[in-house]
Design a protein around this ligand. Sequence first.
Ligand SMILES: [Zn+2]
Ligand SMILES: [Zn+2]
Length: 443
Amino acid sequence: MLNVDDIPAAVISDASVVPTDVQSAELVDVYGTTYLHIRASGIPSYETTISQDHIDFLDNRPRQAHDFMGGSTLVSLEDQVSFGEDIGYRSTGCEDVPGSGYGYWPPGPACPTSQDWEARFPVDPVKAAEPVATGLGAIGLWVNGTAIFNWSDGQSWQGERVWWNLAPTAEAYDLDICPGHSAMGTYHHHSNPTCLADQLGYDWYHSPIYGFAADGVPIAGPWVSDNTLARSSWRVRDYADPDSATGCGVAGQRTCLLVDQTDPAAGTVTTDLPGPDIGTAVTSQSGNAFLADTGWFMQDWYYDASLNDASPMALDEHNGHLGTLPGFTEPRYHYHVTQEQRPDGSLVDVFPYYVGPTLWGELHDSALTGGGNGTLDRQPPEDGGDAPPPGNNLQAAAETLGVSVQVLQDALGPPPPDLERAAEILGATVEQLRSLLPAPPRP
Ligand SMILES: [Zn+2]
Ligand SMILES: [Zn+2]
């Protein structure tokens, strides 16, 4: 979605004009490999017509009286809302000043800022010999230059780092109407970007490309053909049946983990850090109450290889398949946004949402696997590869991350530092933080 005329965002602004969408997209050749080089502000040009579904969602927020300044939203059915326009939310994490987008975001996330993304995507992705997990922070860009984040919000049950939350559900009330929000200024989506989908329109044959993951693999929308959704091969574990191969021997308990989530036949292993029993009430970071039903945590899911049956809707463990794709003459490997249809016809997002939990393709040296203000854009090596800078220096780490020492310290919190949380805030990966920071003291 090129905006070569630098048409400014309707609401979001800073010292200079912030153009929306993508400023340039060009092919560049680096040591014989062709990359698509993208420059983007990270600010979308969403214009949303408020539907009855939006109204229902806004009016049925469990903490509606708290979440809106006046107790309820300012918008009504059929209203046209620009990205960042005040719809009455009591936004936190940003100032109530013109251009900030105050009032568009529910309490919790920060307001987004212009990101100056610079990213390179290999034009001919190569299948990875050893697939790598998607990390926190940006793992790709949508075609409007906004960030793609994976399933995680960096939060786990009791902070124990065993049972990890799924951002689209645990943060359901922390997302705007598109649904998206920002971390450390980086606006991103964790699941089907509905406002982008509306802009791209519907293709009767196969959903168009919505974005590109860091490995260069395109991500198509949810449809493989008219009326047929791509189908995630990830299924929830059966905790209810004590005899189930994916349960833990006692109905309703999360006392065991799958040895290999892509191979349930490998069995389970008991964990000293069990998750909450199925149906336990849990409270999200923003104070909203949920029930931790089966599927609440990432560890509740497994890959059912029998579903990857070569049918047109079937997807592999990376949530992709080889098939026809609008814009390409030859079949091409691509991921899909995954949703399921409820009996009433409505669509719900299903894990792993679009990519993952591991990437299909190889990550090149300059892959966008972590981002944040565009400063983590790693250039293709000029000299055959450069080692990351040695750790132990907060100043150097902050410089590498493109933030102030204060921001880095705040993100890390009081000792011991919470790297997962810091990574989400800084738009980096935990691995990056580990390599940049002093080793934590031994427990
Ligand atoms: Zn997020
Ligand atoms: Zn497809």
